[in-house]
Design a protein around this ligand. Structure first.
Ligand SMILES: NC(=O)c1ccc[n+]([C@@H]2O[C@H](COP(=O)([O-])OP(=O)(O)OC[C@H]3O[C@@H](n4cnc5c(N)ncnc54)[C@H](O)[C@@H]3O)[C@@H](O)[C@H]2O)c1
Ligand SMILES: O=CCS(=O)(=O)O
Length: 455
């Protein structure tokens, strides 16, 4: 009798069924990782860097096989999955480069009285063992963003992928071993909720690096006690189109950053604010581009939108669209379903308090909202539990600066959408979008502590 069935989200075929692991598996893995801490302490930075570089090259070599696994498990289109592996290569490469450059600083005690004639040497040291928990939507790159920096910093790693991603995660771990990471340094488990919670609270886990939703984050925070927490959570990110925007570029960004991955991305452009002066022209172009998108089989090169992760996810998004329509929203494109596939949907006149826009909606639906004064947008964006990223299309630097100063977000992209991410940039949000920063250099610091030597 299995605990988990991996179902292909597009075909509905059963891929694999397996038993989730228990507390004894957590104890066994953590005992091994305690041993591995000695090994990591003896491994010089250049050797860790070489292992990460080999891993980057292996990701390139196995790109197609990994991409196919991601598509089979998640329904992400094959072109999107290939992009994810390219990104994971960059993440591994950046981790290899940063591993050689982790350095502290020297301080002079005599900057303040009394005179003590001492020098402080402040170095970064690994926290110990980091529990890395990842979501379904970017199973390899988000895992790389955790494993790469944690390893570079000298930690040992307990990796817990989403249960749907068992096969791609196993392949990633095999590549890590092939690159030279020892089993005592990296262990992967897919435990049930009880055993995951046990791992979070375990005394041999020093930090939890989690990406996922608010409910799981709350459960982890309640169990973690004083452990270091790094949380990358949800978003309800805006794309703002001003009256001087390059409309073709704005439409292209909206399409790519809302409909790719079938809208299941933390930094997707989930709310579109369009200035009244260009609203009608923007909406016409957007609807035309939306209707031209290829929807269907994610294994085909030309498909742009595949299925959602499972029927429950598609049900939730469909219900939110229907509720918004009942409350007065107008459908400009889409609002059609076949199995777990939702056609890309453009809506207008969605009430500001509809769940579709007030909550994080994880699906291919784009609500357009007209505005006259940009200050109105600032208050609508900030009046939200999340604060991940934002994008604005404008030629006006003063507007860009004002938004940068006033929006409660971790990043503002000018003439790009909120989905902008470069793997070596700091990444993370404010409010309920998370705590701490990913981005290789910043994640290394999050998974390290500062230790001072006074001489
Ligand atoms: N900010 C980011 O970087 C980022 C990136 C991707 C996804 N996300 C967010 O992730 C969510 C979608 O992903 P999901 O559905 O896989 O999220 P999820 O929270 O359901 O699951 C994420 C991981 O947490 C595990 N988990 C679930 N309950 C847990 C518990 N009680 N204790 C410990 N672990 C638990 C899951 O098994 C999985 O491995 C969205 O909210 C999205 O915005 C955020
Ligand atoms: O879900 C978001 C992950 S990423 O694409 O922004 O890295």
């Amino acid at each position: 009798m299995s605990d988990y069935q991996i179902i292909n989200p597009y075909s509905g075929d059963l891929i694999e069924e397996y038993a989730l692991q228990g507390r004894e598996d957590v104890d066994r893995a953590l005992a091994l990782l305690v041993e591995g801490r000695k090994l990591q302490a003896e491994t010089p930075a250049f050797a860790r860097s070489d292992i990460l570089l080999r891993l980057a090259n292996l990701l390139q070599d196995r790109k197609e096989a990994l991409a196919r696994l991601i598509t089979e498990e998640t329904g992400k289109t094959i072109s999107d999955s290939r992009v994810e592996i390219e990104r994971a290569y960059n993440t591994a490469l950046a981790s290899a480069m940063e591993a050689r450059g982790i350095h502290g600083e020297a301080l002079d005690s005599d900057a303040f009285p009394p005179q003590r004639d001492r020098v402080g040497v402040v170095l970064w040291k690994p926290l110990g063992t980091v529990l890395c928990i990842t979501p379904f939507n970017f199973p390899i790159n988000i895992a790389m963003h955790k494993i790469g920096p944690a390893f570079a910093a000298g930690n040992t790693i307990l990796f817990k992928p989403g249960p749907q991603n068992k096969r791609s995660a196993e392949m990633l771990v095999q590549l890590c071993y092939e690159a030279g990471m020892e089993e005592s340094v990296l262990q992967m488990l897919i435990p049930d909720i009880d055993a995951t919670s046990y791992a979070v609270a375990h005394s041999q886990v020093h930090a939890v690096n989690f990406t996922g939703g608010t409910a799981a984050a709350n459960a982890i925070a309640a169990r973690a006690g004083y452990k270091k927490l790094l949380f990358e959570l949800g978003g309800n990110d805006p794309l703002i189109v001003m009256d001087d925007a390059d409309l073709d570029a704005a439409v292209a960004a909206a399409i790519n950053q809302r409909f790719a991955t079938a809208g299941q991305r933390c930094t997707a452009a989930k709310r579109l604010f369009v200035h009244s002066a260009v609203y009608d022209r923007f909406a016409t172009k957007l609807v035309e581009a939306t209707r031209a998108l290829k929807v269907g089989d994610p294994t085909k090169d030309e498909t742009f939108i595949g299925p959602l992760i499972h029927a429950g996810a598609a049900d939730e998004v469909e219900q939110r669209i229907s509720a918004a329509v009942e409350a007065g929203a107008r459908v400009l494109a889409g609002h059609k379903r076949d199995g777990n596939i939702l056609w890309p949907t453009v809506l207008e006149n969605v009430p500001d308090d509809a769940d579709l826009v007030a909550e994080e909606t994880f699906g291919p639906v784009m609500p357009l909202r007209r505005f006259d004064e940009v200050e109105e947008v600032v208050s609508l964006v900030n009046n939200c539990a999340f604060g991940l990223q934002a994008g604005v299309f404008t030629q006006n630097l003063s507007i860009a600066k004002m938004l940068f100063n006033q929006l409660d977000v971790g990043l503002l992209a000018v003439n790009d959408g909120p989905g902008f991410r470069a793997e070596h940039f700091p990444f993370g949000g404010v409010k309920e979008s998370g705590v701490g920063r990913e981005g290789v250099r910043y994640a290394i610091r999050e998974m390290s502590y500062q230790k001072s030597l006074v001489i």
